[in-house]
Design a protein around this ligand. Structure first.
Ligand code: FES
Length: 116
């Protein structure tokens, strides 16, 4: 995070919006983020494959991985690291908090002039 940015937990969606092994894409802080529910846990990963920049939210969830639909790279939802080729570069993941039925994601925003 640069000095001109700040981070805050913001509501991404409702837990009840998510199906088991399901993904939805939301925009937070100017980034598209895939919100994934698997094994009863919720994860947030940038909705962007590091291999050729297609949305990961259109892929398949299998345990703690999400598979890119285009060439089949898998990414660990806990770390963002690729677990299979052809991708070799990780994808950002974001801390998640659950409050009631709300999924909160730690997103990074540009600081406003009042905050800086
Ligand atoms: S675009 Fe995702 S693996 Fe190639």
């Amino acid at each position: 995070m640069s000095p001109s940015e700040s981070a805050a937990f913001v509501r991404a969606c409702a837990v009840s919006d998510l199906k088991e092994d399901g993904v939805i894409s939301v925009e937070l802080g100017g980034d598209e983020i895939a919100i994934v529910k698997t094994g009863g846990e919720v994860f947030a990963i940038r909705d962007w494959c590091s291999h050729a920049a297609v949305p990961l939210s259109e892929g398949e969830v299998d345990g703690y991985t999400i598979e890119c639909w285009l060439h089949g790279s898998c990414f660990d939802l806990r770390t963002g690291q690729p677990t299979s080729m052809p991708a070799t570069v990780g994808v950002p993941v974001y801390p998640v908090k659950i409050e009631g039925d709300d999924v909160l994601v730690l997103a990074v925003f540009p600081k406003t002039e009042l905050e800086s």
